[in-house]
Ligand binder design. Structure first.
Ligand code: ATP
Ligand code: MG
Ligand code: MG
Length: 555
């Protein structure tokens, strides 16, 4: 394999292997905090870690970073597992940082005994005030030199629930004048009097991220712990903590950083996404406008399209914003190859074929997918009265109008050539019916000369008698601004697009769609790609528009 196709993380691993790191000790993890649903940014990390697992045939753990019971819930654990599995990845072990609470506690005691940690009893404001600045040294806590025995006693009593939240903290004793602020006696443990979704009320002290993360990597013997750039400054602390507990007969994990995936026209932090849910700006975490994996799934995105997007967007060393049009490109490409072609009319006007026998109907065949030679056909009923899109007809279209106008011909997709003869209007002049004649010899695929005849336009249609009525939901971007959370004077909620959802409650679809399931993907001819929504009920189907067609209509 050429090294040019490697991302920079793979280069690091290749370098390690070259320097003698045993390939069979490679191990990765994806470490979500179960405080929200996964989004398209997480997909970058998932595809990176599980992709490395596939490439090097190495195990990848799913590790729930569940050290903050105030924000974490079982619902999120379940959703995260569902989404990763849906993306098509399989974890080697399902792990939880909370499984290591006892081990982390024991190691903390060891630190206290070695004089490397102490119990502080200042408020967090006092501690913050002593931190100093990157160019000036911090001030020692008055409790920094508390006798080891006292810290051991207080830490045990913290654990036993004798103290209120915020009254005591365990801090590492490192260096209050380090140029790296994370090294200025960071907090190891705090008291949180909240039940934990897994450990219940067993614990009321909880480890901080830095203390839990690296040690969890070590317990699981993760070789390359990949995280996003904001943790670069934490790496020194990650290493310091490992130094304290590391047994040289075991593998020592390394933290490496890559840039977060950002996407234009959306926000990606779970806190902000939660706000959209809680304020009912969207219908839930899986609202089809959300950048969550579950929202994209409901919208009609496929696992392949998301994996392809991750591939194309790549892994980079520096922060950047990926244009949402790349994501749309990926799903369009995928659906073009796989979606079944059907017809639906969203803004109907009635069309009557006056020379087609009353009461007659016939079954025509429509190719399921011209991009797939063996995709077959499905039945489409045709009859005298049809719906077409109102925009597809003009009494006098002029030279550049290639749809239907009086005196002119178009082909009805997979059916006949028709010619518009007259219209019926109501009192206010709105067209109620378009009367046409058809050429009975022109049926598509019949092989007749008339069937080969070229006409300028081809329209989609449904037979009124056979059509099913459905709701169709069309989406626009949820935000009007390219970077809604980057403004100093305004918050991201100030940029909500008030027209991000358009509901069409009376669409008419060909009857083939009566059997649609949420796994099926459709191209509504000339309109875009659609999928069944989970709000559908018997007798009331709802379809989501996934994305429009990029290419203009070709028959
Ligand atoms: P958020 O701010 O959205 O809550 P987070 O980093 O706190 O994000 P975690 O659940 O801790 O969310 O993330 C799990 C893993 O996914 C971490 O390794 C994290 O670095 C990575 N990750 C999260 N967001 C992104 C992103 N936008 N791009 C790439 N990786 C990400
Ligand atoms: Mg995190
Ligand atoms: Mg977070």
């Amino acid at each position: 394999e050429s090294t040019e196709s490697l991302n920079f993380i793979e280069h690091i691993i290749e370098e390690d292997l070259k320097n003698g790191f045993p390939k069979d000790q490679l191990r990765f993890r994806f470490p979500p905090e179960p405080n929200g649903y996964l989004h398209i940014g997480h997909a970058a990390s998932i595809c990176l870690n599980f992709g490395l697992g596939e490439k090097y045939n190495a195990p990848v753990n799913l590790r729930f970073d569940d050290t903050n019971p105030a924000k974490e819930e079982q619902e999120y654990v379940d959703a995260i597992k569902r989404d990763i599995a849906w993306l098509g990845f399989q974890w080697a072990n399902e792990c939880y940082s909370s499984d290591y609470f006892q081990q982390l506690y024991d190691w903390a005691i060891q630190l206290i005994k070695e004089g490397k940690a102490y119990v502080d009893q200042q408020t967090s404001e006092e501690i913050a005030a002593q931190k100093g600045t990157p160019t000036t040294a911090g001030t020692d806590s008055p409790f920094r030199n508390r006798p080891i025995e006292d810290s051991l006693d207080l830490f045990e009593r913290m654990k036993n629930g004798e103290f209120a939240a915020g009254s005591y903290l365990l801090r590492a004793k490192i260096d209050m004048s380090s140029p790296n602020m994370h090294m200025r006696d960071p907090i190891l443990y705090r008291i949180v009097n909240k039940p934990h979704h897994r450990t219940g009320s067993d614990w009321c002290i909880y480890p901080m991220y830095d203390w839990a993360h690296g040690q969890s990597d070590y317990v699981e013997q993760v070789s390359h712990s990949l995280c996003t750039l904001e943790f670069k400054a934490h790496r020194e602390l990650y290493d310091w903590y490992l130094d304290q507990i590391y047994d040289s007969s075991l593998l020592r994990p390394k933290q490496r950083e890559f840039a977060r995936r950002n996407l234009s026209y959306t926000v990606m932090s779970k806190r902000k996404l939660l706000e959209l849910v809680q304020k009912n700006i969207v219908s839930g975490w899986d609202d089809p406008r959300m950048p969550t994996i579950s929202g994209l799934r409901r919208r009609g995105y496929t696992p392949d399209s998301i994996r392809k997007f991750s591939d194309l967007a790549g892994i980079s060393k520096r922060d950047n914003v990926t244009d949402v049009s790349l994501l749309e490109f990926c799903i369009r490409e995928d659906l073009n190859k796989t979606a079944t072609r059907v017809m639906g009319v969203l803004n109907p006007v009635k069309l009557v074929i006056t020379n087609y026998p009353e009461g007659k109907s016939e079954i025509l065949q429509m190719e399921n997918n011209p991009e797939q030679a063996d995709s077959g056909t499905h039945d489409v009923p045709f009859s005298r009265e049809l719906y077409i899109e109102r925009e597809d007809f003009k009494e006098d279209g002029g030279k550049k109008f290639f749809r239907l106008s009086l005196g002119n011909e178009v082909r009805l997709k997979s059916a006949y050539i028709i010619k518009a003869e007259s219209v019926v209007k109501d009192e206010s002049g709105v067209i109620q019916e378009i009367h046409c004649t058809y050429d009975p010899e022109s049926r598509s695929g019949s092989g007749t000369e008339a069937s080969q005849r070229k006409v300028k336009g081809t329209l989609h249609w449904v037979s009124i008698e056979h059509a099913i009525q459905a709701e169709v939901r069309e989406y626009d971007r949820l935000f009007l601004d390219e970077a809604p959370d980057s403004h100093e004077d305004k918050g991201f909620l100030d940029f909500i697009n008030p027209e991000s959802l358009k509901v069409i409650s009376n669409a008419f679809l060909e009857p083939h769609l009566a059997n649609a399931t949420m796994d099926d993907k459709y191209q509504f001819q000339r309109l875009g790609y659609f999928t069944l929504d989970s709000d559908s009920k018997d007798g009331k189907l709802v379809f989501n528009k996934t994305v429009g067609l990029k290419d203009t209509w070709a028959k």
